[in-house]
Design a protein around this ligand. Structure first.
Ligand SMILES: NC(=O)c1ccc[n+]([C@@H]2O[C@H](COP(=O)([O-])OP(=O)(O)OC[C@H]3O[C@@H](n4cnc5c(N)ncnc54)[C@H](O)[C@@H]3O)[C@@H](O)[C@H]2O)c1
Ligand SMILES: O=c1ccn([C@@H]2O[C@H](COP(=O)(O)OP(=O)(O)O[C@H]3O[C@H](CO)[C@@H](O)[C@H](O)[C@H]3O)[C@@H](O)[C@H]2O)c(=O)[nH]1
Length: 437
């Protein structure tokens, strides 16, 4: 099938590449000339495990191409995906200007029947708005489908190729058939395509992200309680996670959820609720807990250094909002850096992939180390903000001998507390009693 993906960011590039991988002819459109030039020249623009190989193969075999020309890009397509940004507006609601702007342009460009698919995360009712924006100037028949995307960064290719489910919101039989054919190769293992109306599909996406964010904030509060009561959150997590009704996943406490999705989507659902005079109280609490959680380690750091961080130097491992991505949107590490620097401390950082992005945002506010151990030179303590695998079994002798104080503040519970005690570290984590040196 010939398809076009408008917007070639995290979702668009993964979507386009994976559809090309199943034999479709894919054109990706983006307004960013630099991005399109790079991609056309075979240079991948995001770090996403497994994507580069698929991207190179499909580009080489001619199933994937890139353009800035929307009209040319959509001319032969049967299906047009919109994978455009929906950032939070000033009041927290989703900004639909990208989606509706492109939709208005599409109207006069349509020459034959097309299915226009909204893959971006958008509030309930957006499919109707997209339909109206296109219809203003369209002379041919078209359908608008809501097909929210559930991929996670870092495992995006796997999530796309083997989705738990595909949600397709449409009331058009014709569009349903087209979408079913397109997704058939991705649901061969019995994972379902769930067909529903557009509004339910739109809400499904926000409900999924908000529920997952709720699980995380819930566990972060349990972790706080564990510390106060002398319990161990790892034990509690395992104790509740083995109940099928609760499930093992998304119960890991830490220094809060970040990324481009949970923070903005929870906020947007709260805003949508307010618009229909409903106060979604659970989500207010979820956001509030998460705001505080990002700086969960700071009181511990302050207490260790007697509330005086002036002149102290910290090593910080991990900048991306989660491992296996270079994405730093709403990354807790950035909040920690701010707090440390505002308190008069200096910071030396390392992240396997995200350092160029951080440098682009905060410049020389921190020092960028060549590897994780180089951050430790002259550092008073080590802080861990992201659970990259490479941080999981480090050389503790090297850490101990490099740091001025044998102290680690771990926001992702990477190490065994008793082991750290044996090694003589002062080790503080989330929801577990500290190991005292
Ligand atoms: N990132 C994720 O993991 C993820 C997962 C599921 C859903 N989503 C949702 O998907 C949508 C896209 O997210 P993303 O992370 O891919 O965003 P992104 O910022 O990485 O990519 C958006 C792309 O759209 C391009 N663009 C902007 N205006 C354009 C225009 N007028 N014409 C053509 N291209 C244009 C930008 O240049 C950029 O390349 C959002 O609604 C997001 O909430 C994201
Ligand atoms: O037990 C957990 C799991 C995750 N996190 C944090 O939650 C955030 C989000 O993680 P994750 O969901 O793995 O990454 P995203 O790429 O943001 O993916 C989410 O957001 C996407 C965009 O909407 C959706 O498509 C995905 O289904 C949804 O998982 C990160 O900061 C994680 O550190 C925790 O603190 N504890």
């Amino acid at each position: 099938m010939k398809i076009t993906v408008v917007g070639t960011g995290y979702v668009g590039l993964v979507t386009g590449t994976c559809f090309a991988e199943t034999g479709n002819q894919v054109t990706c459109v983006d307004i960013d000339v630099n991005k399109v030039n790079k991609l056309s020249a075979g240079q991948i623009t995001i770090y996403e495990p497994g994507l580069e190989k698929l991207f190179e193969r499909n580009l080489k075999e001619g199933r994937l191409n890139f353009t800035t020309d929307l009209e040319k890009g959509i001319s032969e397509a049967k299906v047009i995906f919109l994978a455009l940004p929906t950032p939070p507006g000033e009041d927290g609601s989703a900004d639909l200007s990208y989606i509706l702007g492109v939709s208005e342009k599409l109207g006069p460009m349509l020459k034959d029947y097309k299915v226009i698919v909204d893959k971006s995360t958008v509030p309930v009712g957006t499919a109707d708005k997209v339909h109206a924006a296109i219809a203003k100037n369209a002379k041919v028949e078209f359908d608008v489908v809501s097909n929210p995307e559930f991929l996670r960064e870092g495992v995006a290719v796997e999530d796309f190729m083997k989705p738990d489910r595909v949600v397709i919101g449409t009331q058009s039989e014709k569009a349903r058939k087209v979408m079913g054919d397109l997704y058939a190769p991705f649901v061969r293992q019995g994972n379902p395509i769930i067909y529903m109306d557009e509004k339910s599909a739109e809400l499904t996406k926000y409900a999924a992200n908000s529920f997952l964010a709720t699980k995380i904030s819930f566990m972060n509060e349990i972790a706080i309680l564990c510390e106060k009561l002398g319990a161990d959150v790892d034990m509690v997590r395992r104790g509740i996670g083995s109940d099928d009704r609760i499930g093992k996943r998304f119960l890991f406490p830490g220094i809060g959820y970040g990324g481009s999705c949970f923070p903005k989507d929870v906020q947007a659902l709260v805003k949508s609720s307010q618009e229909v005079s409903y106060s979604f109280r659970i989500l207010d609490a979820v956001m509030d807990v998460n705001e505080k959680q990002k700086l969960f380690l700071l009181p511990k750091v302050n207490a260790y250094f007697s509330n005086n961080l002036k002149g102290k130097h910290f090593a910080l491992w991990g900048l991306a909002f989660k491992p296996n991505t270079d994405d730093i949107r709403e990354a807790p590490a950035l909040y920690i850096i701010d707090a440390l620097v505002n308190a008069g401390a200096t910071v030396s950082v390392f992240d396997p992939e995200a350092m160029p992005n951080v440098k682009g945002v905060i410049g020389d506010k921190v020092a960028y180390a060549e590897n994780q151990y180089a951050t430790l030179e002259n550092a008073d303590a080590l802080i861990i903000a992201t659970e990259w695998s490479v941080f999981r079994t480090p050389d503790f002798d090297k850490i101990g001998s490099s740091l001025k104080h044998k102290v680690i503040f771990d926001g992702r519970n990477l190490f065994d507390v008793a082991h750290m005690q044996e090694l003589g570290f002062h080790y503080e984590s989330v929801g577990r009693l500290p190991a005292k040196s």
